[in-house]
Design a protein around this ligand. Sequence first.
Ligand SMILES: [Zn+2]
Length: 234
Amino acid sequence: MKPAETLRDHLGTIYRVFGKDPDLVRTSAMQHGKNIYFAHITDTPNDGEYNVHIPTGTSAEVEAIAYAHVVTLGCIDWRLSERIFELTKPDIYFTNAGGPIQPDLDRLQALTNLYAIIHKINPRASLIAVAHDEICKGADHFSGGKVREIRYDMNDPDTYRSTTDQSLDARKREHEFLLQHVQKFYNQLRDNGVAPGKIVMEIAEIHREEFYRLHKLQQQDSQTEPLQFARSHK
Ligand SMILES: [Zn+2]
């Protein structure tokens, strides 16, 4: 099979694996009065809406990927799916529930295969993946409620803005959870032949409206070096 056919095939797999992700946020969307916007992977997302950019496996998608400079993977979350696009300026934008945070190994493998085949077809493209904090619904769902358990404080109505020791500690633990999962995705990409210099992992902090780039991943063996955040996108 030619690489382009393999990619088209795999885009179809992505649709099968992630196509029902919007169902996870329908109730939430109604509660928040937010629209769920279904777009192509080459479209611009809408601000303040759930943005669903899931491929279907068309030749047009394959061609656009072959010429892309920047490919970004993010979460459909209305709080930041447009912002991830704005900050990373991708030619190709994939979203799903959770972005790169996929505790379900089949889902993680599907994303790994996707980025590995994109890298093979278009080795110059930067492959960006952005996770986010403040309880990612996708990450929470597929981890069996672990994220909410770590982060949400039932006794504190303003969990995210709270600056109590307890809340700051919960925030730290949520970030450790996210780091652990982006690390896993990074390692899988590297082990599947993606050049480390082409991988960019980021964590978006919703409340602070900042992105932290895990730049060390690009330079060093992440198995021996603990991850550190560095400020970017000022
Ligand atoms: Zn999310």
